[in-house]
Design a protein around this ligand. Sequence first.
Ligand SMILES: NC(=O)C1=CN([C@@H]2O[C@H](COP(=O)(O)OP(=O)(O)OC[C@H]3O[C@@H](n4cnc5c(N)ncnc54)[C@H](OP(=O)(O)O)[C@@H]3O)[C@@H](O)[C@H]2O)C=CC1
Ligand SMILES: O=C(O)[C@H](O)COP(=O)(O)O
Length: 496
Amino acid sequence: MAGTGVFAEIIDEEVYNYYADGEWKKSASGKFVSIINPTTRTPQYKVQACTQEEVNKVMDAAKAAQKLWARTPLWKRAELLHKAAAILKEHKNPIAECLVKEIAKPAKDAVTEVVRSGDLVSYTAEDGVRILGEGKLLVSDSFPGNERSKYCLSSKIPLGVVLAIPPFNYPVNLAVSKIAPALIAGNALVLKPPTQGAVAALHMIHCFHLAGFPKGLISCVTGKGSEIGDFLTMHPGVNCISFTGGDTGIVISKKAGMIPLQMELGGKDACIVLEDADLDLVAANIVKGGYSYSGQRCTAVKVVLIMESVADAVVEKVKAKMAKLTIGPPEENCDITPVVSESSANFVEGLVMDAKQKGATFCQEYRREGNLIWPLLLDQVRPDMRIAWEEPFGPVLPVIRISSVEEGIHHCNASNFGLQGCVFTRDINKAIMISDAMETGTVQINSAPARGPDHFPFQGLKDSGIGSQGITNSINMMTKIKSTVINLPSPSYTMG
Ligand SMILES: NC(=O)C1=CN([C@@H]2O[C@H](COP(=O)(O)OP(=O)(O)OC[C@H]3O[C@@H](n4cnc5c(N)ncnc54)[C@H](OP(=O)(O)O)[C@@H]3O)[C@@H](O)[C@H]2O)C=CC1
Ligand SMILES: O=C(O)[C@H](O)COP(=O)(O)O
């Protein structure tokens, strides 16, 4: 159970502590932040509201710990990460319980998130050993005018202190996708978890604590992003920010100093359906892509752009599959569970009402109880409707009928976002040409968008992000190149 057994030390008088200097601490603020259960809409957990002074201490400790960590052999860093991964997987149930209570993730998916996170940590340890174990040797005579008298040895070195800020929807997975690459590369790590999901993240951090990482190397400060966010992201002790979330990331990127940024922001992933597509495959992927975790995935299908001639058939197939979705509490493993907050539900409702007023066809009756919104397919959506462009992050999916592929590509590319997209067709040549034309970080052919497997590159164009994630890319991003040049007194050419 959460907060008990090995996790008993992370909670004190019903308030979860923050983690600094290898210890679980109460904030001197005397204040806490309440986490509201999206299903019951009542307070579920409390976390410390950390002060600026506490953030300063965490940054100082991180800087000192990083200097020693960077001198720890790579195989030892990997060994500790493997240990943390095993502990994380061993304690999947209490962590999953927090995900169910804090973010209404269906129970089975919550367990999957923790197991996937353990696998990600192990894979990062293995990948890191290989990537960081290799450097480069350049010789000078390949550049015009040079003899072979200089050898340039380059290797990857840590950046220093990495600040990780994940979003609510995958508070464990999207935290470890930043923590593990940072640590294997020799950095210290400060985590600011999302408020909804903070308790799951604190449990996950305790698994790293139990693995025995050095004091101060990993910290987790809690509090509302709107209150301590700026102080953290503009802190002079931070050498890199890895952020996943919404438009907040755009604001952060404007305020942050001259440090590397990894930004994974919102999306409006388009699903383009051609006339020759396998329509059963299309329908299955629209339902899975559009409605899993109630549409609260950055990679959810967020607009269907479908050729008019097959639209009726696909809409009917999708409706039939949607009728089988179970709707209710996450504890019962329902497919559709409450969205994360009342304000989120209100936002989704605003998009639905706008579409209604402007004449969209409702394939189901709109229904909402508290934060629970029944899955809804909106047909005949037009570009003047907000839902054609905005990201609902809820179980509502618009269908726009198109009369040419070019129209679909045009709609996709007119978006401010450019995260992922997908195209369904049996013609691989067309699929490749459409993929090339879509201005998105990834295009899936004949499947819904997805981040995973977690070692695949993952990136957004335009307002969807800066840089690329995925295990290998994150390790590389959290390092910089250092060169040492050996200058020979006279040119030397290897003869054998
Ligand atoms: N491209 C991608 O890979 C992904 C993108 N997303 C996007 O994330 C959004 C949903 O997640 P959500 O959590 O609501 O996103 P938010 O942008 O609201 O929050 C993300 C994180 O930023 C923190 N935060 C809030 N204000 C600040 C600030 N001023 N400075 C620093 N940090 C701050 C939040 O903390 P707190 O909770 O305390 O406010 C949270 O930890 C959607 O737009 C979705 O598309 C989600 C997953 C993946
Ligand atoms: O950011 C997200 O929404 C998740 O990382 C999605 O992961 P998935 O597409 O692999 O389910």
